[in-house]
Design a protein around this ligand. Structure first.
Ligand code: DLL
Length: 435
């Protein structure tokens, strides 16, 4: 099923026509309504009349998260406050949050892209969807909520946390779809087993998981634990929230809604645009958003784009699973390490549970990496020899895949803190972070 067949399967030439028209109008709105953009465009020697279409994107300036912070809270809005009907914010690790605003039309657009996304996972009005993303300033809960209502599904707005209640409602209400972060999904799955609930007593068949990087290895684990098919949904508050892109049933990358968000991949060092298929930083330009359109916004997310038509019939560009954010990349003894690579190594071994933590430190001027791995209940042993052997296998697999050695600590089941939202996988104790 396709929610918006006209756009999602459009001829790419036709799509470009639509994009060009919208893009030209958006540049005008930015130029005339936001001093920040007027200054940026003027500095780049550009006036609205110069812009004819998206082929010129590559010549335009980028926008970064600091621009949002510098214009905190409402400085990048293109409409007066009385047209803003919703505010969301994401808390950064440092300083002020990033604030985003929505007009009525923006909220409609958001519901539309989430409805398209849910339809990709086969969600219909016959479904009962349990939304366990946090409701509030975070965009996950409310974003999924209105999209699910648009589809006509029965929404359970339970929000994140309260695992016992989640399981109870899942059984009693017969939820068929669960939406939450993949790390929380893993926790829900384990809690289901621990509570002795028979899989036959739950009706779940699909999961809508995103908001943090996760690997295909974690996908398999969560699918087995919950007995579902797990789908990846991507988005960021600055662009709209969840629903910037989503996996269809072919699970061959996430389709980006290019009639609203234009993606580019750039080399983060040279800032040059890279061709389809190459790994780099994802950049978005919004072309329909009213309250806070963004020009060439650097997401910091690392991925590749593919333009070949998908077997599902959609022609929209697909982005690969994000391998992480450029600012999550750890440089350990000179080697680049992404937490997602560690996850893939660990979860390939059935002894590891989906809960792990990386602790990076510096001793005697040398970086150290410790990995705390929680062992799956059925593999935990009181025999030192068994655990020592297991530890050696983890050590070997990590060293041969990442190219660096790590100290492995095997920890008992249920000892690593569970997250109800985005998991905290890395503790970096080094004073200065390598940039
Ligand atoms: O996480 C929006 C969202 C909510 C997406 C629910 C999906 C589901 P922010 O809090 O602004 O917004 O965080 C955005 O999270 O730049 C990525 O680094 C990361 N992220 C989001 N989805 C995925 C995903 C929401 N599917 C940041 N895979 C983004 C990997 C993701 N990373």
């Amino acid at each position: 099923m396709i929610w918006n067949e006209f756009i999602e399967t459009a001829d790419r030439e036709k799509l470009k026509e639509i994009q060009n028209e919208r893009f030209v109008k958006m540049i005008e709105r930015m130029y005339y309504n936001v001093p920040f953009y007027r200054k940026k465009l003027t500095e780049a020697g550009i006036e609205p009349g110069d812009i004819k279409g998206i082929d010129q994107l590559k010549d335009l300036p980028f926008t970064v998260k600091d621009d949002l912070r510098d214009n905190y809270p409402f400085g990048l809005f293109t409409v007066p406050q009385n047209q803003i009907v919703r505010l969301h914010a994401s808390s950064g690790t440092t300083g002020k949050p990033t604030v985003v605003g929505y007009t009525k039309n923006d909220l409609q657009l958001w519901s539309e892209v989430v409805a398209r996304s849910l339809t990709m996972a086969g969600v219909t009005k016959e479904d009962i969807i349990q939304i366990a993303y946090g409701y509030g300033l975070f965009t996950g809960g409310l974003g999924l909520h209105y999209g699910a209502e648009k589809v006509g599904a029965s929404v359970i707005p339970i929000s994140g946390g309260n695992t016992k209640k989640q399981l109870q409602l899942m059984v009693d209400f017969g939820s068929t779809v669960i939406a939450c972060t993949p790390s929380y999904a893993a926790h829900l799955g384990e809690s289901l087993v621990a509570a002795g609930i028979d899989r036959k007593d739950i009706k779940l068949r699909a999961g809508i998981f995103g908001a943090e990087p996760w690997t295909n290895e974690l996908r398999k684990q969560v699918e087995n634990l919950l007995g579902i098919k797990a789908f990846d949904i991507y988005g960021l508050s600055e662009i709209i929230g969840p629903g910037v892109s989503m996996e269809c049933e072919c699970q061959n990358g996430m389709h980006i809604y290019e009639d609203h968000f234009i993606p580019e991949i750039i080399d983060p060092k040279t800032m040059e645009v890279l061709p389809y298929g190459e790994l780099g930083e994802l950049v978005f330009t919004t072309i329909t958003k009213e309250a806070m359109p963004l020009l060439r916004y650097r997401t910091r997310d690392l991925t590749r784009l593919h333009v070949e038509k998908c077997d599902c019939g959609r022609t929209l560009v697909r982005m690969e699973k994000c391998m992480g954010r450029s600012d999550d990349m750890l440089i350990i003894r000179g080697v680049n390490v992404f937490p997602s690579q560690v996850e893939a190594v660990l979860l390939e071994m059935s002894e590891a549970s989906p809960h792990y933590q990386l602790v990076v430190n510096r001793e005697n001027n040398l970086d150290t990496l410790e990995i705390n791995i929680e062992i799956d209940d059925q593999f935990w042993s009181d025999e030192i020899k068994t655990l020592e052997n297991l530890k050696k296998r983890f050590q070997h697999n990590i060293a041969s895949t990442l190219g660096i050695s790590a100290k492995i600590n095997l920890v008992e089941p249920n000892t690593i803190a569970r997250s109800e939202g985005k998991a905290k996988r890395v503790i970096d104790k080094r004073i200065t972070n390598s940039e």
